[in-house]
Design a protein around this ligand. Sequence first.
Ligand code: TXA
Ligand code: MG
Length: 336
Amino acid sequence: MGRKKTLVLETTAPDLRKAGEIIRRGGLVVFPTETVYGLGADAGNAAACRRIFSAKGRPGDNPLIVHLPEVFRIPLAAAEISPEAALLIEAFLPGPLTLILPKTAGISPSVTAGLPDVGIRVPSDPAARDFLRFAGVPVAAPSANLSGRPSPTTFEMAWEAMEGRADAVIRGGDCTVGLESTILRLSGGRVEILRPGKIGEGEILRVMKKKPSFPEVSGDEPPPAPGMKYRHYSPRAEVLLYLREEEIPAAELRGKKIGVLALGPGAPGGLPADVPVARAASIDEYARRLYAEFFVFDKLGCERIYAVFPPPEGIGDAVRNRLLKAAGGRFLRPPA
Ligand code: TXA
Ligand code: MG
């Protein structure tokens, strides 16, 4: 695919209208959401959806999720909404949750990689919703990164990944959640979390009155969310995890190209002053900045990133999931 001229569009009504027209003409538009930036195409246009796969270098067996501006439009993409699915929709949408539901005929098989089910998402971000309203069709969109890299959570990251590949990139702000949506599937009376996100186990339990399960990805069976089998979320730098800041060998950091992702106040005088440290005050801030800090550390030429492995409270579960993938499970010191 030859490189193309990519437009920058603002989040003004005339620009979002233009973005919608590009989608209806079969083009690709990068748009902000509260989770991460997405790379969108008309979900009813097979050729446009195939271009998403080539723009990202994405394997063809990894399905895309479909975005709608309003809950009442979900039937455009989902053929059937069970009473349990309706409970989840009522409780969490618009918001950072994707529901796997049976697809309608209007959703191209190239969106779902031939599966009978489709991921449905109604984002809460106002610019995303205005863009989707102007598009007027369900919009298929994966995260707007090259396959295997961290999802973009700032305009700068999205532009760097998709300039020359998409027809337009909407210049939104920084994503407020910063990690991809929670993916849920209802199957055989169970609620399955296929990908953890901001909407966590506790909130799902409260609404559904049953504990969600985490289907295992194992052996030769096709994984429940096909994307789970691929390497993900990795910056260029090697990522290593630590449980406590005291585990970081401070003396070893001097003169090395190592960045540190820290959480909480830290010990006074703990790390050398010349080490690049990104410190989050809360787990929500840590999640929000995670991918953007990976991007910054790569720009600084860091060869390694030492990242705190946070406790599983709140969005901590999802942060742990992404960090384990980025680090390939490696810790500075193996957890006891
Ligand atoms: O927050 C998000 O969900 C972002 C924004 C742009 O909406 N999108 C996103 O899409 O993260 P993507 O393609 O990067 O990740 C979607 C995941 C993949 O792991 C894919 O395998 C899984 O959802 N998935 C999509 N459709 C599915 C289906 N029908 N059944 C099971 N898993 C599905
Ligand atoms: Mg992705």
